[in-house]
Design a protein around this ligand. Sequence first.
Ligand SMILES: [Zn+2]
Length: 463
Amino acid sequence: MSLKLTFFGAVRTVTGSKFVLHTRKTSVLTEFGMFQGHRKKAFEINSRVPQAALNADAMVFSHAHIDHSGNIPRLVAAGYARPIYATPATVDLTKILLLDSAEIQERDVEYVNKKHAKRGEPAVEPLYTVEEAQAAAQHFRKLPYHERKELARRLSVTLYDAGHILGSAQVLHEIDGRRILFTGDLGQPDLPVVRDPERIPDPDVIISESTYGGRVHPPLEEGKEHLQKILQEAYDRSAKMLVPAFSVGRTQALVFVMHQLMDEGRLPQMPIWIDSPLSLEATQVFRKHPECFDAETREYLEQDKDPFGFFRLRYVKTVEESKALNAVKGPCMIIAASGMCEGGRVVHHLKNIVPDEKNLVLITGFQAQGTLGRRIVEGAKVVRLYGEEYPLNCQVQVLNEYSAHADKNDLLDFFRGYNPKKVREVFLVHGDEDQSKALAEAVSELGYENVQIPEVGETFDIR
Ligand SMILES: [Zn+2]
């Protein structure tokens, strides 16, 4: 029976992941991520819900990160009412992340509308509300790793560990006897906390991420030393250190390593604030899902130690507490959501921290094109926050070692694990164009014949 595959996002870019597999009788939607970038363009793209997504018999998604799950409330608000599958840890994390995303949007819209009202401009709406995020969560169904789920006749799905963040999965679709493997975001081997990615036997088609398809990360061991050096120097000049972090995954990995450094006497004690109303909840989800941890983290737990160094952390809950941190003097660290500096509390910390040259902004994760985080990484001298310009005089350091993503070598190892003659097609998604192209070339050199980089809206016939 004919099988088609249509991509609706995260192609030739890293956000807005979504695609649909469809036969004449059934279809399944995979991911409904949020597109991140300039506010207006992002709103426009995220507002559109493809008909093929609304028509799907079921939906599944790989992990909790917003670029993979963040637009689900919009999908449900537009009328999608069938089950949405993910691993138990992913379901728990995503519920919190979507609520947080909705709260941020409601607050941002309130702020923007005050300005619009003054200028006599029309009011804007959030992409979705807290209520809509709660309604969407009603459709979530927990599907543990390795449990094969029939979604419809001759259509099933199985989730395998992707080793990227807690609960992250690779998705294996079986449709009419064809095995279509979607990698989701693949982790790098030996990342703190999570296990390594699993190998899934005999795919006919591979849809792979390519975030770092053309880049190689420094070894993780060097990462620890690099982090120590950056933090020691910042400590010595009494810096306020700001880490804009994804609340989930990156924060826990970073804290895990800092905690080890302090235990080993390689880093002085300093106050660490986690400024994100959802971090505490997210951390509780981590505690609830030890089935997802790697051996090192389990060992910590078995010795009754506290792997995440919780006793060293101070959690900031209210906006007032968050603002009070502006008066605190260094050395200290503030880890604030959200990832790409585009919204959330990180914005007012940036305003407070970037003008002073002794301070530090430590970037630990991928920053998408068009985001403020990306401009900071690229050496912007001025940043625009709340519509005003601030000089960026502080130090900016980028720590790529703790990227939760596989790099070029890891991705090629992944492809070496399969027989290129048996994989009929490879689609490279979730990467800026140069990264996808670099990976496509390298994967072709391994002997894979049909390696494609799709365009948004493009449909392929799967043999
Ligand atoms: Zn991710």
